[in-house]
Design a protein. Structure first.
Length: 116
């Protein structure tokens, strides 16, 4: 598990990392990845979001420049485009008596399940 910052640009999701980071070695070896965001305050306000997919190393200099758009890190870096294969948002129902799990998969579309 590694912390990262994500950016949405051109309708796609991107992450970056310093060259030599363990995260980079892992993604170059096997691009399968998951990104998890939690509100962190114990309330579940806004939900707990997870996406899974494949991280693609972007090496084309023009594409890299387009995405970082002048916000270039102070050294060598890797840029990955995430091809999303699934997304899940888990939240507490407004009644407070159950979880609501909403998921998206390209083959199934959006599904929602209440879990008591």
């Amino acid at each position: 598990m590694s912390g990262t910052e994500a950016r949405i640009s051109g309708g796609e999701l991107w992450i970056g990392s310093m060259t030599g980071a363990v995260k980079v070695a892992d993604l170059l070896r096997d691009g399968r990845c998951a990104l998890h965001a939690n509100p962190g305050d114990g309330t579940m306000t806004g939900g707990d979001a997870k996406i899974g997919g494949l991280a693609i190393d972007v090496v084309d200099p023009d594409e890299r420049e387009r995405i970082v758009s002048g916000d270039v890190p102070g050294g060598p870096f890797h840029l990955f485009r995430l091809e999303i294969a699934e997304a899940v948002l888990t939240s507490v129902h407004p009644d407070g008596d159950r979880l609501v799990i909403e998921s998206w998969h390209p083959d199934r579309g959006v599904q929602a399940v209440d879990r008591y």
